[in-house]
Ligand binder design. Structure first.
Ligand code: PAF
Length: 284
């Protein structure tokens, strides 16, 4: 595995790869790699000849009171994990390399960026869309792999690629979970043991929604209410949102009908830690 930190070096290295007609797969990350990231690499390996991973904690996507400074970082450990997973090129730039000057250009995706996490994290998806567009310009991958856990991010990126005609296939990959159902996330390390135990309520609430839908419930408000009741039973949980929306448009769903593709999404705080999870389901 080669490790590079400069944009020009990455472009040079990938020029050779492209010349050899290899299909390039790309896994963008913010590091502190867990099994979810490694599954993205595994899928990329299966579908591509050459796998590039980026590790970059992108300041543009953090709000002023968010965890940019304390976001977990361990490049040496990530380097070992990426290599063992089969990454061919690891791109780990410094902030100064990605943003040497004040950034005056942003990629903004209207509508899809606005509901759910967009409400409490203004500017977050502009930061994501901007850095991912920039990374796509640098790597020029044939395919890019994103976890479904960040379903709104996935919808935003799919919209960017469509609207800007970026020639990359976006491959959504299933959420990887701990044995008790908690979705893997680099932020799980922030949880105290008690919060960690109660945090399984996100997954449990989604399972409840699945059961209600399977039993024929078609009122989004009733599904939400049951989920809220379950989450509120955990004393440390503070709900930010519980939503039922159409996917990938992210428009509100009220009465659900056959053929609807739904995103049932939750964001819950435990102390300072904000966790998200979701279920994407198509109704028969
Ligand atoms: O999902 C993430 O880790 C980040 O939002 C991404 C896509 C790497 C952009 O910084």
């Amino acid at each position: 595995m080669i490790v590079l930190s400069k944009i020009a070096e990455v472009r040079n290295a990938l020029r050779q790869v492209r010349r050899a007609d290899k299909r390039i797969g790309f896994v963008p990350t913010m590091g502190y790699l867990h099994e979810g990231h490694l599954q993205l690499v595994k899928t990329a390996r299966e579908q591509c000849d050459y796998v590039v991973m980026s590790i970059f904690v992108n300041p543009l996507q953090f709000g002023p009171n968010e965890d940019f400074q304390r976001y977990p970082r361990d490049l040496e450990r990530d380097r070992r994990r990426a290599e063992a997973a089969g990454v061919d090129l690891l791109f780990a730039p410094a902030v100064e390399e990605m943003y040497p000057d004040k950034v005056l250009t942003r990629v903004t995706v209207a509508q899809v960026s606005e509901p759910l996490c967009g409400r409490t994290r203004p500017g977050h998806f502009d930061g994501v869309a901007t850095v991912v567009t920039k990374l796509f310009q640098i790597v020029q991958p044939d395919a890019a792999f994103f976890g479904q856990k960040d379903a709104q991010q996935l919808a935003v990126i799919q919209q960017v690629v469509k609207d800007l005609s970026i020639p990359v296939e976006i491959v959504p990959c299933p959420t990887v979970r701990e044995p008790d159902g908690l979705a893997m996330s680099s932020r799980n390390v922030y949880l105290s043991p008690e919060e960690r135990t109660q945090a399984t309520v996100l997954y449990r609430s989604l399972q409840l929604a699945r059961r209600l839908l399977a039993a024929g419930e078609r009122r989004a408000s009733a599904i939400r209410a049951e989920m809220v009741r379950l989450i509120e039973a955990e004393p440390l949980a503070r709900i930010e949102y519980v939503e039922v929306v159409h996917f990938p448009q992210l428009t509100e769903a009220t009465t659900l009908a056959a053929g609807d593709q739904l995103l049932i999404a939750v964001a819950v705080r435990f102390g300072q830690t904000r966790l998200i999870d979701n279920l994407i389901i198509k109704l028969d």
